[in-house]
Design a protein around this ligand. Structure first.
Ligand SMILES: Nc1ncnc2c1ncn2[C@@H]1O[C@H](COP(=O)(O)OP(=O)(O)OP(=O)(O)O)[C@@H](O)[C@H]1O
Length: 264
């Protein structure tokens, strides 16, 4: 496992118990969808997976090692695990796109030449090289979203965490972003993303962790978890359309066979 949470428990100050003894793991190079209804604790989990929040109980392991929360440990952790928030405005703060994407590498103490190389590669991966000189606050939502991802990518993380990556994007924008994420995954980056859309989990993830009330109630291969109608219903979710059609076709074929057996 590249990233693993065990017994993760967290209560917001003065608030609800957002995570309650949560166990979850992702293997290197895989795409894990953290799937669940609003308020299930998905964002809170991501904030623990890169050390932004410290659990009141439980541990996070990265590459098998239990992570600490000293300044040095957090710097190393965030270098290896990038986080892209749902709202790009929460993440972008420099005047121009190139400056924003440069921030992480420069902060790591990398040379200007290496920073430039990384910024160019990250912008290219997201298909936004033409935006390099643009003012960040003048961009559209979809452009900002891709700049925020490029910023995380410029750190060359082993794991990229994305909170609701398609939220707010139109159909074309979503397709373009998924193509870029697909290329990243093929190049070896481990992806963990939150969503409440079963069809996205089915179409893009190879593993799914099903979330409810701060707990993982099922995790495994995407097709397996997403055909478990009862577990999905417990989270207020339905089977993905394509799986539903497959199950119906199978059930109808079985019904026809049963009728056939009676006839003969
Ligand atoms: N800053 C906060 N202070 C207090 N409570 C919070 C805070 N952030 C989240 N919560 C609560 O923690 C629980 C889990 O929230 P979280 O945002 O992790 O859920 P989520 O699954 O990401 O939801 P969504 O799909 O709506 O984004 C919710 O009950 C929420 O109200």
């Amino acid at each position: 496992m590249i990233l693993e949470a065990a017994g993760l428990t967290y209560r917001y100050p003065g608030g609800v118990a957002a995570l309650s003894g949560l166990d979850l793991g992702v293997e290197r190079g895989r795409r894990l969808a953290v799937l669940g209804p609003n308020g299930a604790g998905k964002t809170t989990l991501l904030l623990h997976l890169n050390g932004t929040l410290k659990p009141s109980a439980g541990t996070v392991r990265l590459g098998g090692e239990i992570m600490g929360y000293s300044r040095a440990a957090l710097t190393g952790w965030r270098r290896r695990v990038g986080l892209v928030l749902q709202e790009p405005d929460d993440q972008l703060f420099a005047a121009t796109v190139a400056e924003d994407v440069s921030f992480g590498p420069l902060n790591l103490g990398l040379s200007e030449a290496e920073t430039r190389r990384r910024v160019e590669a990250a912008l290219d991966a997201l298909g936004i090289s033409d935006l390099a000189g643009r003012a960040t606050h003048m961009l559209s939502f979809g452009q900002k979203k891709r700049v925020a991802i490029a910023g995380a990518l410029a750190m060359e993380p082993e794991v990229l965490l994305l909170d609701e990556p398609l939220a707010g994007l139109d159909h074309q924008g979503g397709k373009r972003l998924l193509a870029a994420l697909d290329a990243l995954a093929r190049a070896g980056t481990t992806l963990v993303f939150t969503t409440h859309e079963v069809d996205l989990a089915h179409g893009f993830a190879d593993r799914v962790a099903l979330f409810r009330d701060g707990r993982v109630i099922a995790q495994g291969e995407a097709a397996e978890v997403l055909s478990d109608r009862e577990c999905l219903a417990a989270c207020g979710l339905e089977m993905p359309l394509l799986l539903e059609l497959g199950v119906r076709t199978r059930d109808e074929a079985l019904a026809l066979l049963a009728v056939g057996r009676k006839v003969y």
